[in-house]
Design a protein around this ligand. Sequence first.
Ligand code: MG
Length: 265
Amino acid sequence: MRTRTWLSAAAAGLLLFGAAYAVAQAPKPQDTEQWTPVPPIVTPGPPPSETSAAPPSDALVLFDGKGLDQWVATRDKSPAAWTVADGILTVSKAAGNIETRRSFRNYQLHLEWRVPTDVTGSGQARGNSGVFLASTGPGDAGYELQILDSYRNETYVNGQAGSVYKQHPPLVNASRRPGEWQAYDVIWTAPVFAADGALKSPARVTVLHNGILIQNDAVLAGETLYIGKPVYRPYTSAPIKLQAHGDPSPPLSFRNIWVRELAGP
Ligand code: MG
């Protein structure tokens, strides 16, 4: 009897130890944060005028200030319920992420965004949004090019504005101050998958932030994840998605969004 009690206690102890070990080994968000080197600050030229540049003739206009016909809610594909006023689109955190009705493979994308002057918080909780260059599922599934207030706001460098989230810090920090319009110009080359789902060629991205090169044909390791290592999941074409981040700081705005589809694999 005494032996059996001892054995039970030993088994329970082993179980507890095992559970504690598993918790200690579980991947954590911090595991994939990179804090150095900090990208140098480069001050861009003056911000675009009140009426920013018109899209080129062959662009598909995704938002021109008038409405959201090109967008749906990511969660249920219902009409996108972000706020459109005075030609500007503003995130509705309650409505969640929105994405394009149409799907794309390779493209050139232009989009302008603005952190509000009354932005609050710090780190990832200060003016967080993002553009998912391919939305491969609900929530934040896909490949995120980070949008954040990175004007005098320290965070992990592979999570600051212009980072390929938790994969590539921007080459430089070209951020403008809150209240000023900023532009991303993106060239996205989609990953290619074989019929059996194996990766044939990885996704690549080039990004200009306020006209300054911040990602130069960067090769992605897979979808961008908050926790864990990036992984590829096969897709052929996907919507472009904008993030309604859950942080409590006042919401960002967007304007002048257009895309030019490109030929490619
Ligand atoms: Mg984000």
